[in-house]
Design a protein around this ligand. Structure first.
Ligand SMILES: Cc1cc2nc3c(=O)[nH]c(=O)nc-3n(C[C@H](O)[C@H](O)[C@H](O)COP(=O)(O)O)c2cc1C
Length: 223
């Protein structure tokens, strides 16, 4: 079992968010999962320029660290994704990665994968981050296992609880992967998204041959 962990804080190891992410990674590792960590703020990831070449060819024209991260994500069974709250949202560094992933949405390439999230905020805003990240990974096709958060103003005792919750979340993520957990509400969402995307890709089959071929290879478009 392979889990990719994405750390979205520019403060890295000096930060609060990585402390929660590390606990979640530990929890997953305790169950035997392999966890591969990417410090997203220290990767070279350019902005999406909206050229739509990935729809056409299945790969990005920008030459940077995205391709390696994409390969790792495609190879993963699950994700642990972390961001601090920056003005009621995720960090720009993590959003820059996410914006590169429109082809994942069109092809629902994370179908069958699982995700969990952690966040910290100074005084609040953690719900905004968990909601955004959960929504993003669901539109990629992944099932959301849960999220944990800590508000730093609530003090060390609460933070210690959040560390324990994050360790448990990591274990839950690994268990969901191992048991191929099915969440009926999310399944209904995924099937609706998939049908919508198959219709979109079919309508654009001449411009987006790679995505059309992907949908066919998954059996979503009859031969
Ligand atoms: C640019 C910036 C924006 C922030 N915006 C918010 C915010 O909207 N709400 C909040 O409660 N805390 C906010 N914070 C505080 C951080 O979310 C908080 O300190 C968090 O624990 C930092 O995580 P890190 O140490 O992993 O980077 C902000 C911090 C920075 C640097």
């Amino acid at each position: 079992m392979k889990i990719v962990a994405l750390g979205g804080s520019p403060r890295g190891t000096a930060g609060n968010t990585l402390r929660l992410l590390e606990a979640a990674m530990e929890g997953a590792r305790e169950t035997g999962a392999t966890v591969e960590y990417y410090d997203i703020a220290r990767q070279n990831i350019d902005y999406c320029i909206g050229c739509a070449k990935c729809y056409e060819t299945g790969s990005c024209i920008l030459e940077d660290d995205y391709e390696e991260i994409l390969e790792a994500m495609m190879d993963a069974d699950g994700f642990l994704v972390a961001s601090p709250v920056y003005i009621n949202a995720i960090t720009a560094q993590l959003k820059t990665l996410i914006d590169r992933m429109a082809d994942i949405v069109h092809c629902q390439k994370f179908r069958g994968k699982y995700a969990a999230f952690v966040t910290t905020g100074g005084g609040g805003g953690t719900d905004c981050v968990l909601e955004y990240l959960g929504g993003a990974w669901q539109v990629f096709g992944a099932s959301v296992v849960g999220g944990t958060s800590a508000v730093m103003a609530e003090g060390e005792e609460r933070f210690a609880e959040a560390v324990d919750e994050s360790r448990a979340l990591g274990r839950r993520l690994a268990a969901a992967i191992a048991h191929e957990e099915v969440y009926p509400e999310q399944e209904a969402f995924h099937e609706g998204m998939r049908e919508h995307m198959t219709a979109l890709v079919t309508a654009h089959r001449d411009e987006w041959p790679s995505e059309y071929a992907y949908h066919r290879s998954r059996g979503w478009i009859p031969e």
